[in-house]
Design a protein around this ligand. Structure first.
Ligand code: ZN
Length: 338
């Protein structure tokens, strides 16, 4: 749900400029929110397509190409359902994923008396990124199996983050873990990490005080482990290639029921379509039904059951079906007012 400030801004925008702020291509709205990251991801996929014979740049370009206004059958509330490309480095899909991960992680840590935030890392090194990532994963697995660690950490959610150091320009991969754990002194974690890696004792452990903030942090990086626009294109290609096929987050022990990998559109039967996004925008000034749908959506209102606006050849059914989105129902993302 948008905050009160966001709603009042939208209402103000609507009163002064109507739907003129809305482009008829829904992709433009979504890309505006992440234009630099989108452009960088496109360039990376375009480059990798050439060498790998894939068509991921095209797939990225089609993300949110198909968009429909849909109405909740009981509440009358409107959302936009659009196709997600589900590419790992698509910033639009990353944002949608992070929203769902936040919800799941928050639910888990709210059930814990105490949770702690542990970070494991290496000293900066000249080793190629993919070597560092491989060994970090391996050491993390070994670390979790150490008897002292096993006794103290009942479970956790881990995620991966990679940065380029601004001081020495070296790669700086680390693993963050939100833990369900007993108290263990920082120096002991440090000794255990050193005993695992044989060369790094660099750890950080702190108590989680703000659960929502921690869940947001986990979700942001679990959904997108690096910010591509902070690096050069060559570095982007190195990160994307080094992480290809690697898991970016996981869970174990008491966190195993946390639904961080699940997806969104199980409730398709609760919704009905009321018109394509493009068609409604294009007819805002010429058809009252289109105007009503868009005004209701922008004001987070409730649309009566009998209002819908379809193109002539598309008025047979109001049920959602995957064909409208060029993807499966599981690939569809639901969104409120942007
Ligand atoms: Zn996408």
């Amino acid at each position: 749900m948008p905050s009160e400030t966001e709603v009042s801004t939208q209402v103000h925008t609507l009163e002064t400029s109507g739907h003129k702020t809305l482009p008829s291509d829904y992709r433009i709205i979504k890309r505006r929110q992440c234009s630099e990251e989108f452009e960088r991801s496109y360039l990376v996929y375009d480059y990798l397509d050439l060498t790998e014979g894939t068509r991921r740049a095209e797939q990225l370009n089609d993300c949110r190409k198909f968009a429909w206004f849909i109405r909740h059958k009981t509440t009358g509330k409107l959302k936009v359902a659009s196709n997600g490309c589900r590419l790992r480095w698509c910033p639009i899909c990353s944002k949608a994923r992070s929203y769902h991960i936040t919800e799941a992680v928050l639910k888990w840590i709210e059930g814990l008396k105490v949770s702690r935030f542990l970070t494991l890392t290496y000293a900066h090194s000249d080793a190629p990124l993919h070597h560092q990532i491989e060994s970090l994963y391996k050491h993390f697995r070994q670390f979790r199996k150490r008897p002292l660690i096993k006794r103290n950490i009942q479970g956790g959610i881990w995620f991966f983050q990679v940065k380029k150091s601004t001081t020495d320009g070296k790669w700086h991969p680390h693993i963050h873990i939100l833990t369900d754990s007993k108290y263990l002194d920082k120096s002991i974690y440090s000794q255990e990490w050193f005993a695992t890696t044989k060369n790094s004792s660099i750890i950080d452990i702190r108590l989680v005080r703000n659960k929502k903030k921690s869940a947001d942090y986990v979700a942001r990086y679990a959904a997108r482990p690096a910010t591509l626009s902070e690096m050069s294109l060559t570095e982007n290609i190195e990160v994307v290639t080094a992480l290809h096929g690697k898991r970016l987050f996981g869970k174990w022990g008491s966190a195993k029921d946390c639904q961080i990998g699940g997806h969104v559109f199980a409730e398709a039967a609760d919704w009905q379509k009321v018109g394509s996004y493009k068609h409604c925008i294009e007819h805002y000034f010429t058809d009252n039904r289109a105007k009503k749908i868009i005004d209701t959506w922008q004001n987070d209102g409730e649309l009566p059951e009998n209002v819908y606006f379809f193109e002539l050849d598309d008025n047979k059914s109001r049920e959602l079906n995957p064909d409208m989105f060029g993807c499966s129902l599981d690939d569809i993302e639901l969104e409120g007012v942007p």
